[in-house]
Ligand binder design. Sequence first.
Ligand SMILES: *Cc1c(COP(=O)(O)O)cnc(C)c1O
Length: 403
Amino acid sequence: MSLDWITPADRLRTLPPYVFARLDELKARAREQGLDLIDLGMGNPDGATPQPVVDAAKIALQDPANHGYPPFEGTASFRRAITNWYHRRYSVDLDPEAEALPLLGSKEGLTHLALAYINPGDLVLVPSPAYPAHFRGPLIAGARIHSLILKPENHWLIDVSAIPEAIAREAKILYFNYPSNPTAATAPREFFEEIVAFARHYEIILVHDLCYAELAFDGYQPTSLLEIPGAKEIGVEFHTLSKTYNMAGWRVGFVVGNRHIIQGLRTLKTNLDYGIFSALQSAAEKALQLPDVYLHEVQARYRTRRDFLIQGLGELGWSIPKTEATMYLWVPCPPGVGSTDFALSVLQQTGVVVTPGNAFGSGGEGYVRISLIAECDRLGEALQRFKQANICFQPQPVATSSD
Ligand SMILES: *Cc1c(COP(=O)(O)O)cnc(C)c1O
């Protein structure tokens, strides 16, 4: 029997091709050939979840009260832990009943927010490059995307003044993310003030993804959208426990901010899922209450790797400015080489996996993203292989992209 009639809905067919797929295929082939892969391609933290969090989960697992359906909107206790953490961290007060909602990881919420707010044909502003959920969520909802192309000469910040008036008037939502995946760019407080003023003027819902809230170095403190006066009237901010606490597999995140925006997401989610296993919410509470010394350890780990890799790449002729946050380096390809070709050739010649920048949208063309998710001995091995293979890291003027 022919199965031609089993066709996915248009909302799946409109998604751009998955750039990681070809890379995955080549990775599998390289592994079959016995090549020792060094995978710096994913955003998957390599460390263990802190022991106090694991211990809290074990205790919570033994409690039958946690074995039934969790409350839709998350446990009252986890919501309070979120708003307490938020107050401690940013001195902003939030109502745990209405201004905080636990999520099955922030990716889930970022995507579902689009389904909750976008009608087919609605216009959504999304930077390029961006974390894929920021444009794939709206595309699934049927949005028209207006890409805000980010440029190195603007330090990868959105240039609000370059958005045409007609586009700004029509836009319904703007997604953004600083410290940024993939560019590792950070945004000063004035940038947040500017974007809040823009969104208020044009009545656009602001969606900020602050998943690298704590992965910042050398004293740099990322700004929260909700620290900006007036932001809570038009915006929400997504957080995750995946990165800071090495909890990517647990699937715990949350959204905070405007109660009406959160209410729409909650209504959608009560029709889709039952929320997070209560025992995990109890463990997640513990994570948010960990003493700062834990944060300092995580930060030191990524900072050491950052310094090691930037120095090593510098010795190969590749000058990369020091990043203030995230677990990534955003690195220009050799002049005239596209990001997919470059990532594939690095993989074939050295067994080192890096992510082509165009996986994050056309604005990422000409760059690759390297994740700091291996210890320095493995990063050193990667550098050694780059050197041996004579991977062309020509010094080139900053602020040039090959496309
Ligand atoms: C890793 C990452 C996420 C995903 O977080 P989860 O909570 O694990 O779904 C969201 N946004 C950005 C920018 C990320 O890099």
